[in-house]
Design a protein around this ligand. Structure first.
Ligand code: TYD
Ligand code: MG
Length: 449
């Protein structure tokens, strides 16, 4: 049997090109199913004795006998992990190249003490320079191993028994028992499986770094999400200094938590006031911009939505969005056309969310519509106005979650008017006038006031 090392398709006959994915010279002979890291474990003591769960002595507050979690040094990051890193767990840290994955794990390594840093990407000198920059107190003791061979990784973790092992990155490691190129689905899975077993056996927590590309590479961390205990994702625009560390999956804690960080000279540092930072560089008031309030996990975040509309000169009008789902934009444009009578079909429409943030939350609808309407009408929305609310197909403005949190943040940032869906018991605001909007038609009238 032959197996393609890039897409894992098997075939009975060898050919120069994989018939499924079209890659050249990727078919390799595969006698049977890959031996999933059996050689590397060498331990066949499978437990069969049932465990009396009630006798474990766990309390309802999370369990008294659970080992203390490893402190990663950054309060926000500890929090999104549910209180630190659990012993023997496998964490996946995913993100685009250059976003700051190696930086944040080094910061964790500095805080955790006694960490083993394994890199298949960088030399000891490169990693050492980064450490020097981040560990100004020079107190950390980080051990480095440069390898791409999984067996070396396995032996190093067994020999050192570090407080934490960091593997940078899954795409560069090669498992000796599995065919295929490093970075391919088969290899990436084998590495993750083997590390999971190793972490469980030794109790050493492991952070596995995985690169993702904008288009989502085949062997990307997506294929690993169900294997690992925790999935963290570091996001943001590389050109911008703001980063978001999100937790998508967590077997030991909450998900949907976000840490907002800023890439500075001394690594990724927490941002105390993300909304302020995002609004700091606001442009002069021009038609087509309005601020909305998103929820990032439990935190309100004020961001500016920008729309630019130009008369379509030829063919179909164009619609482009950054930070907003294109399909959502199409729907909102249809609503603006039908319910507000805006001539949207005569305009090319470009929408952008400032700061590389994604506003894929229905609460952004109203602000997106207002930005587009403001651009077409060439009317500036005052910078003291903020808007949020979901826009329904008949043009009605619907309620969104966490209204009061959003309003409080708006007031804190000095906004004077908030256009929001009509809510029962709207909180009374001292310095913010809350204007209830029931349908999209009334929005423009309100703007003009
Ligand atoms: P890096 O962690 O190497 O990204 P990744 O591992 O995700 O590919 O870091 C990316 C960028 O961060 C790099 O361009 C340099 C910058 N950087 C800082 O701005 N400050 C710092 O303290 C460090 C260590 C890096
Ligand atoms: Mg890196």
């Amino acid at each position: 049997m032959f197996r393609c090392s890039s897409c894992e398709t098997t075939s009975q006959k060898w050919s120069g090109r994989c018939l499924k994915c079209g890659a050249w010279s990727t078919l390799v002979e595969a006698p049977d199913e890959p031996k999933k890291g059996r050689r590397a474990t060498g331990n066949n003591s499978a437990t069969t004795e049932p465990i009396a769960l009630h006798a474990l002595g766990l309390d309802s507050g999370g369990g008294a006998k659970i080992a203390p979690r490893l402190d990663v040094g950054m309060a926000d990051v500890n929090e999104i992990l549910g209180g630190g890193i659990v012993a023997g767990s496998l964490l996946l840290l995913a993100g685009e190249p250059g976003i700051g994955k190696s930086t944040i794990v080094m910061q964790i390594a500095v805080a955790a003490r006694g960490v083993l840093y394994i890199s298949g990407e960088e030399s000891a000198e490169q990693v050492g320079l980064r450490l020097q920059r981040l560990d100004t107190a020079k107190k950390s003791n980080v051990a480095f191993v440069g390898t791409t061979d999984y067996e070396v990784v396995h032996n190093a973790i067994h020999a050192q028994h570090p407080s934490l092992a960091i593997i940078d990155s899954v795409q560069t490691m090669r498992h000796p028992d599995v065919a295929g190129e490093p970075g391919g689905v088969a290899q990436v899975r084998a590495i993750a499986n083997a590390l999971m077993e190793l972490a469980n056996q030794t109790g050493v927590p492991v952070i596995l770094i995985g690169h993702v590309t904008k288009d989502g590479s085949v062997a990307g961390p997506k294929t690993l999400e169900h294997l690992v205990d925790v999935v963290l994702s570091l996001e943001g625009e590389r050109t911008d200094r703001l980063r978001f560390l999100r937790c998508f999956k967590n077997r030991f804690g909450p998900t949907d938590e976000v840490a907002v960080l800023e890439m500075l000279e001394n690594g990724l540092q927490p941002v105390a006031d993300p909304s302020g930072l995002l609004l700091e560089e606001r442009s002069l008031p021009v038609p087509g911009t309005v601020v909305t309030c998103l929820m990032d996990g439990n935190r309100p975040l004020l961001v500016e939505i920008q729309a630019l509309t130009t008369k379509t000169t030829f063919g179909f009008p164009q619609r482009r969005a950054q930070g907003v789902d294109n399909a959502r934009l199409q729907i909102l444009l249809a609503v603006l056309g039908r319910r507000m009578g805006l001539p949207v079909d005569q305009y090319d429409v470009f929408v952008n969310v400032v700061g590389g943030i994604s506003a894929n939350e229905p609460a952004a609808d109203l602000a997106i519509c207002m930005a587009i309407a403001s651009s077409i009408a060439e009317k500036t929305i005052p910078q003291t106005v903020l808007a949020f609310g979901e826009v329904g197909l008949s043009g009605e403005i619907r309620r969104v979650k966490n209204s009061d949190k959003r309003l409080k943040e708006a007031e804190r940032q000095g906004f004077k008017f908030a256009l929001v869906p009509a809510v029962k018991n709207a909180p009374a605001m001292k310095n913010l006038k809350v204007v209830a909007i029931s349908d999209i038609k009334s929005v423009l009238e309100k703007i003009e006031k």
